[in-house]
Design a protein around this ligand. Structure first.
Ligand SMILES: C[S@@+](CC[C@H](N)C(=O)[O-])C[C@H]1O[C@@H](n2cnc3c(N)ncnc32)[C@H](O)[C@@H]1O
Length: 205
């Protein structure tokens, strides 16, 4: 077995960008119907990222602080059971799984996705989201924006695949914080900005 095939086979639930096979129990038809994924030329990301490298210890290091952020976000993010939510830069799914609706997580770090367990996980960067326009009722991104390679492109993609409701956070201490703040104001109609211990939380509706 090729190394690449072995890696895919070992994953529990994993949806590769569209024309590729959907792995391990997620039916192509189901994804087509529910998530309107589209054909995409985005290649599967085989690059090892910093987050792949720290994947073993990620939750031990960050779970508590990320779940605190989820708790704060839940005051603003009121999902209905039929809503479809995308979490961009979902990592191990800590910020994807708490929402009581249909969820999809996207992240370029395959080793973090491998730890996410049951769910729909897509190996993709924010800059190339393999979804049709206006697909998701909610798009969230928690502590990931400052990591995007092209922040403007990623934020435009998030806007494109969403229907108008977003909760986006980034690290306050990032040296790109002013740039991100200005971009968010220029691209979105920001309803609320909430200051959390480590992140700024933008609520957009
Ligand atoms: C601090 S972690 C946050 C993960 C998750 N949201 C959480 O709160 O546990 C930052 C995440 O951003 C992801 N990331 C890095 N570059 C990205 C990109 N270009 N597009 C989307 N996500 C990216 C990383 O792989 C990582 O999972």
């Amino acid at each position: 077995m090729l190394d690449r095939q072995r890696r895919s086979a070992s994953m529990k639930c994993y949806a590769f960008p569209w024309t590729r096979n959907v792995q391990c129990g997620i039916k192509v038809r189901e994804i087509r119907t529910n998530f309107q994924q589209v054909e995409t030329k985005v290649p599967r990301n085989d690059k090892m990222t910093y987050y792949d490298e720290i994947s073993e210890g990620y939750e031990e290091l960050h779970k508590e602080e990320q779940l605190k952020k989820v708790e704060l976000i839940s005051k603003y993010l009121k999902v209905k059971p039929d809503d479809l939510l995308l979490d961009v830069g979902c990592g191990t799914g800590l910020t994807t799984k708490p929402w009581k609706c249909k969820t999809v997580g996207a992240d370029p770090a395959i080793k973090l996705l491998e730890k996410a367990g049951k769910g729909i996980w897509v190996n993709a960067e924010a800059e190339h989201l393999p979804f049709k326009d206006n697909t998701f009722d909610w798009v969230i991104s928690v502590t990931a924006i400052q990591n995007f390679n092209d922040i403007e492109k990623g934020l435009k993609e998030i806007k494109r695949v969403g229907k108008g409701k977003y909760v986006l956070t980034f690290l306050k201490k990032s040296n790109k914080n002013i740039y991100i703040l200005e971009l968010l104001h220029s691209l979105y109609k920001v309803k609320n900005i909430v200051e959390e211990d480590k992140d700024l939380v933008f609520v957009i509706e």
